[in-house]
Design a protein around this ligand. Structure first.
Ligand code: FES
Length: 612
């Protein structure tokens, strides 16, 4: 039964399945907005513009606003017959019961946390923080100097001269000293006291790689340099747009947009912090140093810096140099004076995460000819040749995240992650060997490669209509991978002509970036000695499929190395060492950024790779 709000607007109860949550919504609000207010994370790639179709839901019970033209363009008759609607286009007209399909719910996703390639040797000497154990003499009427002076004097006796105690500690320091009976561990950073901990508490660091879609966080013991726990989460900003451009557009239209994006991100990072600390039974106050890496726009969203200019030619960053803040500047729920280090950005669309990836793979010290690529919604590529580094960024889009693909989904249980063809028979493998629900990025890439290899599609991506598995679909032809009868969703899993187009667009954007970097340095693909593939999708993709579709050049397969989340590895290295931070800052000065959109041959190169 609906109730009335103060303004006489009916308030409807919405029951969300399968998560079993109940929340409320009003007629003026879209179902997507109601879900967001209830803290339910939807995949809303286009930020609610009705252009991506990723916010599909099924109405089990209740009345909604009429079907819109946008929905007709995005959903099939079969979708409507199953009660599917687009959450961003509809409003409640009664209490509702809604089913959120797995492909719409942005949780339970496989997130890439592993990284290889950089084995840093931890040294206390280069660690940005030092810890000192002090047993301080308690004050008395004859020795009544202030608590802060007492700390400084005690440190001087041990030969340490500090410049100050961080102002953020002053509110709590007197109570903490007494609670700990003056037997304390002081954490110092650049001759400043930044935390007071119990004497046996392990000082911890937090390294975070904030991707456009995913966040990877690493908790590190700053006495040994070891990663003690790591965890991934979806970037909550996905609800405001699938890619950076949509999010920038959101902030351009909504005056409060920047704050909302920052708040959402910090909220999720604080949740990650809580979960990580709970996982090893420590308190978040033990985190005394942090490093955050992300692309330039993510960096700006994190700092609440202006982003409008990033979305307009000539795509200029507000800030490119390395930044140092305190945790309390961001509302991070850790030790309030903990350091926050943000490494430098390279350009508007090549950010600190690429610096971290290059550091994480030692590419700044590489003396061979190497391509280092981090594939994501935005793909960054560097070519290292004769000690010079050229970098570019390509808008590869979210197809490899499973978005814009008719049966696409994120890399969660039930996603088809591998496809092989042998003797004309397609074999699929799903994540966790669960019944198939749809394709994740590596699965759709394999599928398109297998279709091409078997001649079921031609170089332009058109289907061979003679093949019995190719059937007429509503708008074009499609290839049936799992029939309706065998599918657990009650709907056939297919690959459509439009899906193939999405893959062609994404792969040609990436290949164009590679080719233009080769052209800039005057070399050919045969001269590439190493091809490093980083990032979550890069870890799981089948390199052979990437070569078949023309995303990667056809070079000796042994030259390819899939290195996991190298940006995360680089961020951890920066957390542990001031030397590495210096290397990052030097590296940012060495890189030559190549802006693809203004490159003379850009359009011709892009068009020339729009085939399979
Ligand atoms: S169509 Fe609804 S979020 Fe994109």
């Amino acid at each position: 039964m609906s109730t009335l709000s103060k303004s006489d607007t009916p308030i409807y109860v919405i029951e969300w399945q399968p998560i079993g949550l109940k929340s409320t919504g009003i007629q003026q609000q879209t179902i997507l907005a109601a879900a967001q207010s209830a803290g339910i994370r939807f995949v809303a790639f286009c930020g609610g513009n009705g252009t991506c179709g990723s916010c599909k839901i099924r109405i089990i019970k209740g009345e909604l606003s009429p079907i819109t033209e946008t929905e007709r363009a995005r959903l099939s008759d079969e979708d409507f017959a199953h009660g599917m609607r687009l959450a961003c286009q509809i409003h409640p007209l009664s209490d509702l019961k809604i089913e959120i399909p797995p492909s719409t719910l942005s949780t339970e996703q496989r997130l890439q946390l592993e990284g290889e390639g950089f084995l840093s040797i931890f040294s206390q000497k280069t660690c940005p923080i030092q810890s000192v154990h002090l047993q301080i003499k308690e004050p008395s009427i004859l020795d009544s100097c202030a608590d802060t002076v007492r700390i400084k004097k005690a440190l001087l006796i041990t030969g340490i001269n500090i410049s100050c105690i961080h102002p953020r500690l002053l509110h709590s320091i007197s109570d903490v000293l007494r609670e700990l009976h003056w037997d304390i561990q002081l954490i110092l950073r650049n001759q400043e006291v930044i935390a007071v901990l119990p004497k046996n508490a392990i000082p911890l660091g937090l390294a975070v790689d904030i991707g456009t879609t995913k966040i990877a966080a690493y908790l590190i013991d700053l006495k040994t340099g070891f990663i003690v726990l790591k965890k991934g989460e979806m970037n909550p900003q996905i609800s405001y747009g699938e890619d950076i451009i949509s999010r920038i557009a959101y902030t351009n239209i909504n005056p409060e947009g920047r704050e909302a994006l920052q708040k959402n991100l910090i909220h999720t990072i604080n949740k990650l912090i809580r979960d990580l600390c709970k996982g090893i039974h420590v308190v978040p106050n033990q985190i005394v140093e942090t490093v955050f890496v992300g692309n330039t726009a993510i960096h700006h969203f994190f700092c609440n810096l202006p982003v409008g200019q990033l979305g307009r030619y000539p795509f200029v960053a507000a800030v490119s140099e390395a930044l140092n803040f305190s945790a309390s500047d961001f509302g991070l729920k850790i030790s309030p004076a903990a350091g926050v280090y943000l490494p430098p950005n390279i350009a508007g669309y090549v950010g600190a995460d690429h610096i971290a990836m290059l550091i994480g793979t030692n590419s700044d010290q590489c003396n061979r000819t190497r391509i280092a690529i981090d594939i994501g919604t935005n793909t960054e590529i560097s070519l290292i040749h004769q000690g010079k580094i050229f970098s570019c960024s390509c808008a590869s889009g979210p197809a490899f995240e499973g978005a814009h693909i008719s049966c696409g989904m994120r890399a969660a249980d039930g996603a088809i992650e591998r496809v092989q063809i042998s003797d004309g028979v397609f074999q699929i493998k799903t994540i966790s060997d669960q019944p198939p629900i749809g394709f994740c990025g590596s699965g759709i890439l394999d599928m398109v490669a297998a279709l091409r290899k078997s001649g079921i599609i031609n170089a332009r991506g058109n289907f061979n209509k003679e093949d019995p598995r190719v059937q007429k679909a509503e708008r074009n032809y499609e290839f049936v991978v799992v029939s309706k009868e065998k599918s657990t969703t009650g709907k056939a899993i297919t690959v459509t002509r439009a899906d193939i187009n999405e893959i062609i667009l994404a792969k040609s954007a990436i290949r164009t970036g590679i080719e233009i970097l080769l052209e800039t340095t005057g070399i050919t693909s045969d001269q590439i000695e190493e091809f490093i593939v980083a990032g979550a999708f890069g870890t799981f993709l089948n390199v052979n499929s990437a070569v078949i579709v023309g995303m990667f050049p056809d070079i000796n397969p042994e030259k390819f190395q899939q290195v996991g989340n190298a940006a995360g590895t680089g961020a951890c290295a920066m957390l542990r060492s001031t030397e590495i931070r210096k290397r990052c800052e030097e590296l940012s000065q060495r890189i030559t950024y190549v802006e693809l959109s203004t490159y003379p041959n850009f359009n011709d190169t892009l068009i020339s790779w729009m085939h399979l």
